[in-house]
Design a protein around this ligand. Structure first.
Ligand SMILES: [Zn+2]
Length: 397
């Protein structure tokens, strides 16, 4: 019972390790690209200068050289910033790997060291949940209190939240398009059409603003490049030029629908999570669902609330029960009898008692009730009153 399933725990913790590594990969690739591009520019600038040697006035010569030196200085500063970020991500990866490595030393779930480890994990799972749902201040408080900044992916979630807000509230694709440009090759690899959807939205907004010539020029520049995979949608987009935003004609009415902005925000979140190997659901939900699936019985799903067990979290249909909706029923090799009044298990210490009307409750719940009702008990299902002494003890064979 107190054995730790390390393989299971490591499988569920995969994103915890992968996120900083993915960030590191991207950061390294971007700084490499930047260095290649800038040194190429400086080299060709120098080659140009060599060709013109002798034909340029000395001031012009020295101005061009100063310009090239400035370019290299900017490159140096950017590479230093990037190195700092890379060092931070390498340290973060090491700290996370060391945290998971501790699991191999634990021998029992009751060990105080494991309890401490679990406590920290619970805190980082809560931070992840808070950051995903936009409760940044609460997340910060937990991080500061427990010194867990290195276990939180704050910058990634801050980017997700600000880009989503820009899409949903300001109806602007700027930040999302900038991100797509920086991650174009990765997006191509997962065959994402997010950039096309964003471009299409900008095109739609131009038509909504009655700027059709601008929209046509925009389509030629940004939509046509997607003709290999999105031709029917580009054709439909061009037909949209003939409609006004008040049209009731489908599918053009839907293309003008402002709810498309919410769809884009959701799509952005799904794509960035996929790129960083983050699950679409918070880890808190996954962990809770693991526990809930072990408790779920057919009675939990019953429409009749009297079938529900007040101590069963799956029966709480407004809260945890919602999380358990898609989960399979648990497999029970042994049956447990549970009292409908208290939710307690009925066994030889707390035997099931049958009232004269046939309904069964636990001895402890009926005894408790009889103390308040002067020796009487009231059946919660039928409302009938009986003397406690008329309840018969049942024997389970
Ligand atoms: Zn239940």
């Amino acid at each position: 019972m107190d054995k730790i399933n390390v393989d299971y725990m490591l499988a569920i913790e995969e994103p915890f390790l992968k996120v900083p590594l993915e960030q590191l990969k991207r950061e390294a690739r971007q700084s490499q690209k930047l260095a290649e591009r800038e040194t190429q520019l400086v080299t060709s600038g120098l080659a140009d200068l060599m060709k013109k040697q002798g034909s340029l006035p000395p001031e012009e010569y020295s101005r061009t050289l100063d310009g090239l030196i400035d370019k290299l200085k900017v490159l140096k500063r950017k590479l230093e910033e990037s190195k700092q970020e890379e060092t931070l991500l390498i340290n973060r990866s090491k700290q996370r790997a060391a945290d998971l490595n501790e699991l191999s030393d634990f021998t029992s779930a009751t060990q105080p060291e494991f309890q401490r480890w679990s406590r920290t994990r619970l805190e980082r799972v809560l931070i992840d949940y808070m950051l995903r749902s936009g409760n940044v201040n609460t997340a910060k408080q937990i991080m500061e209190k427990s010194n867990l900044e290195h276990f939180a992916d704050s910058s990634l979630f801050a980017l997700v939240m600000s880009t989503e807000r820009e899409l949903r509230e300001q109806h602007s694709c700027r930040g999302a398009l900038h991100w797509c440009a920086e991650n174009r090759s990765a997006l191509r690899k997962i065959q994402s059409s997010l950039e096309f959807e964003l471009r299409l939205q900008e095109f739609i907004e131009m038509i909504r603003g009655k700027r059709n010539p601008e929209a046509i020029a925009y389509a030629k520049k940004h939509l046509i490049t997607w003709s290999d995979t999105q031709l029917p949608r580009i054709q439909r987009a061009m037909t949209l030029l003939a409609f006004s935003p008040t049209t009731t004609c489908l599918p053009y009415k839907n293309m003008f629908d402002v709810a498309r902005w919410d769809g884009l925000a959701h799509e952005f979140r799904m794509v960035i999570f996929r790129l960083y190997n983050l699950p679409s659901q918070p880890l808190l939900h996954l962990l809770l669902q693991t526990g809930l699936s072990a408790l779920k019985t057919p009675a939990c799903q019953s429409d009749d609330a009297s079938e529900h067990n007040r101590n069963c979290p799956v029966c709480q249909t407004d809260t945890l029960g919602k999380l358990a909706e898609g989960l399979p029923l648990s497999h029970h090799s042994n049956s447990n009898l549970v009292c409908r009044i208290t939710g307690e298990k009925m066994n030889e210490d707390n035997p099931p008692m049958r009232l004269p009307n046939g309904y069964v409750y636990s001895l402890s719940s009926l005894t408790e009730m009889s103390k308040k009702l002067g020796g009487m008990v009231k059946c919660p299902r039928s409302g009938e009153m009986f003397m406690l002494k008329d309840a018969k003890k049942l024997f389970i064979s």
